[in-house]
Design a protein around this ligand. Sequence first.
Ligand code: MG
Length: 203
Amino acid sequence: MKIICIGRNFADHAKEMNAETPSQPMFFMKPDIALLRPGTPFFYPNFSNDIHYECELVVKIDRVGKNIAEKFAHKYYSEIGLGIDFTARDLQQQCKEKGHPWEIAKSFEGSAAICAQFIDKSDLDLDNITFSLRKNDEIVQEGNSNDMIFTIDQLISYVSQFMTLKKGDLIYTGTPKGVGSIQIGDVLTGSIGEQQMFEVKVK
Ligand code: MG
């Protein structure tokens, strides 16, 4: 399976990163071993001193498709979940400065936290999905799918021009503002609406 991550899909996050708002989606990938199994702790890696959380809605692809038209994209997923795109911000900054690829900053083992259960999309208003991330006792990120620059259907259509999407592939749809550092001992709790989707302990 593939893990596809969309970058800069919320204008307020692009702004906090001093990045331009994209005119086309941008994406990168994580390998399957990046997936952090639900219930498993995130072990702070020794190659970074500045790991950030990025809480994101996640679309699970459930049908094979290539060159999917936006108007048919809704047929290729039926469930939405929540995850964290863990990022070694210090390494990412070095990569950006050198013009290098982002893999060491984004695609390391355990860097894609995911919920155990997804929500059937028929139980959600796709244009108004609220989600949030709590770090210990503080809400650090709040997002709404309505603020996404590119909709889920637009993202599926765009990505499928470049690669066939397969059943089980995950698309992390981008993070809203409020990204920040984690420390060993932190507990990260993600919710869609009022429903808690995951809890990740940092060890
Ligand atoms: Mg991200």
